[in-house]
Design a binder for this molecule. Sequence first.
Ligand code: BGC
Length: 354
Amino acid sequence: MTVEEFGTLRNGNIAHLITLKNSNGVEVKLTNLGAAVVSISVPNKENKFEDVVLGYDSLSGYEIDAYCLGCITGRFANRIKAGKFELDGHVYQLACNNGNNHLHGGLSGFNRKLWKIADQKFNTSESVTFLLTSEDGDQNYPGKVELSVNYLLTENNSVEIHYSATTNKPTILNPTNHTYFNLSGDFTRQIVDHLIRIDADFFTPTDNESIPTGEILKVDNTPMDLRDFVKIGDGIDEDFNQLKYARGYDQNWVLRNYDKRIKEVAEVYHQNSGRFLKTYTNQPGLQFYTGNSLNGRAKGKNEIPVNTRTGFCLEAQFYPDSPNHSHFPQPVLRPGEKYTQTTVYQFGVRSTSN
Ligand code: BGC
């Protein structure tokens, strides 16, 4: 692991850039602003290494970013209806920063914070731990939360993300990683030529503001059925209300047999490059998002505009708006308990089409 200065924030604080490398030549760069993934360089089938995640060339891009590129979102990733939830008889009102609703922790969520880099002696050479204290009342969430997020690059080309957190008062917590992947390594290209598989028999449909209706529906005979590989471009514009509301994929899939243990849950394959990405998690849900609201206004790496559908996210999480649906798994954390999440993004190549 190496640490260098990434730049100076508008408030004068310095953010850092951390580099992890393994013996296969895979390189992962991260910043402590938002505990974000900045780049992941992995080989294609001709052993050409390319960066496969959307991001910015400089710190200022991350500082003004509106899309959560690469970062850890929270306290509550995804949406909470009208920014309101009730816990132990208290009603909490959060900021409505996405139309009528709360999204990704509010106006100054985890993505806007400068995390501490944990003492290097706790890290192996291929791992870094970011620490954050979110004070009682931060963005109106109750309880002081101490959160740590450890990124580990392994020899099998996996980026493992290990989260742990405690609180001093009952609260809700649902962080996720919001990396946008483009396995072609060419950020001018849409990800519509990638194939996706998600091991889920059900999804949580939403209204036209992307708020779950509370139903848990079968994926059968809908474009939400991704149990066998589907080309993203074949499904994304189908005549289906969920896809129309979100202008593409942006839904939560109900992962099978939620028992808090880590399982393989999804795979994306890009035939031209041969690259694949497998996702493993111990979370109950997975938001598959195809970058529908990226609009080209921000300049990404190499000055390439961050355009619609040029990246996809696989956000392991509790279901959206779960605090308002008691039959969904609950993202509640109480004093004395420990929140843990492990999500793994594993990269590989296949030289054939299967
Ligand atoms: C959400 C999208 C949102 C995007 C950027 C995703 O996690 O599901 O609806 O546009 O984040 O905030």
